[in-house]
Write a protein that binds this ligand. Sequence first.
Ligand code: SF4
Length: 216
Amino acid sequence: MKSGMLAAETINDALAAGRLHDDLVEYEQAFNNSWIYTELYQQKNWGPARHHFGEILGGIFSFIDINLLNGKLPLTLNDSQPDHAATLSKQAQKVYKDAEPINYPKADGVLTFNKLDSVFLSNTNHGEDQPCHLKLSDNDIPLKHLSEFNDGRSEPSLFYCPAGVYEKIENDSGEIKFQINSQNCLHCKTCDIKDPAQNINWSIPEGGDGPTYPNM
Ligand code: SF4
């Protein structure tokens, strides 16, 4: 939100100065001078430290780096593996005990809610006739994934999408279809980043609109 405000202020200042075609390099400067940069810089080793050294040693490293040194350790740890390559296949899940599918308790409707109820409560809405903004490079890959991930129970997107956009449908004759309910999309962009085959392409919805949140 704050970075959006900085961008809007930069654009506004440029328009007021009649600079219609300039590169707005001052946005980067404004970002680097803001508390967003300070906070992100301070936390830069948090995730990679746990990936490199494990939960306990990584936690100790992060505590010293963030809490005692305020993120000023002259060292930046990087993750060499992209996020989408970290999704474990069915074969790999048999090797890593901590990667077994989690069976969450059913939503109780009081403190916890299922995905579709949560999407309904968010009041997200897209134009009925809007073209689907989630495109597959290869339509067959999600069905192939059904046998490669989660013991054949599910294509990974059925788990990580927080809005139940991706759905496996089986008709009476046992034929399985992969369906995209783009109306429900909350635009978190997880599918674009996390899909193991990098087969899902999230694009900006029609007119750059994004969803409508009537309650906001
Ligand atoms: S952007 Fe987020 S909410 Fe939308 S389909 Fe992808 S994972 Fe689901």
